[in-house]
Write a protein that binds this ligand. Structure first.
Ligand code: GRF
Length: 187
């Protein structure tokens, strides 16, 4: 059996990237094993996914950021987690958290970084009449959406594209490149 690195996924919403990572991580050769899911949203779908796959799940309120991060770090250390994937996680981690975790943290962002950092990406992309958009998996640093790119996928924006159709189109690519990025890091 390949010795897999213990990993944690942080989520805030529908958890579709989480689901896709979990499925891929069950492959024999996949480099990581998801041993913890942390949610910043009490209504996130992650609880159901965690139950389905029997993965420990924690919700911590993000109302008090330092308490949230303390709780996360404590659980992560306790479980000897060595890798963090942010997947649809809508909170910004503090430099203190990023520096306290001595291993790698990666994130997925629904744009062709360095363009369109931050929130409401699809809306801004369409408003600016862009011909292309996409998604990027990158290392997390204390500067928002600015760490080194691991993988990026470009898609063409159709004439009749809406925010929703663009989101769906990009999300499909996110599921593909997130796992590929994890594999490429540990290759
Ligand atoms: C994704 O587009 C992700 O990149 C963004 O939030 C969306 C939802 O992702 N940050 P998920 O379904 O919760 O994985």
């Amino acid at each position: 059996m390949v010795k897999k690195i213990k990993a944690c996924v942080f989520i805030s919403g529908s958890g579709s990237n989480l689901k896709s990572i979990i499925k891929n991580s069950r492959e024999y050769n996949f480099p990581i094993k998801i041993e913890l899911i942390i949610s910043s949203n009490i209504n996130a779908q992650g609880a159901k996914i965690a139950k389905k796959y029997s993965i420990p799940y924690k919700f911590y309120s993000p109302a008090n950021k330092s308490k949230f991060e303390r709780n996360c770090l404590c659980e992560i250390k306790r479980r000897k987690i060595k890798f963090i994937c942010l997947a649809g996680f809508m909170k910004v981690l503090s430099p203190h958290f990023i520096n306290s975790f001595h291993y790698k943290i990666i994130n997925i962002h629904p744009s062709l970084l360095p363009k369109y950092k931050g929130l409401n990406t699809h809306k801004r992309v369409l408003k600016n009449g862009e011909k292309y958009s996409g998604c990027t998996v990158h290392f997390v640093t204390s500067k928002l959406d600015s760490g080194k790119t691991i993988l990026q996928k470009k898609i063409i924006i159709d004439k009749k594209e809406t925010e929703n159709s663009l989101k769906t189109k990009i999300l499909k690519q996110e599921h593909n490149i997130y796992s590929k990025s994890i594999i490429s890091i540990f290759r």
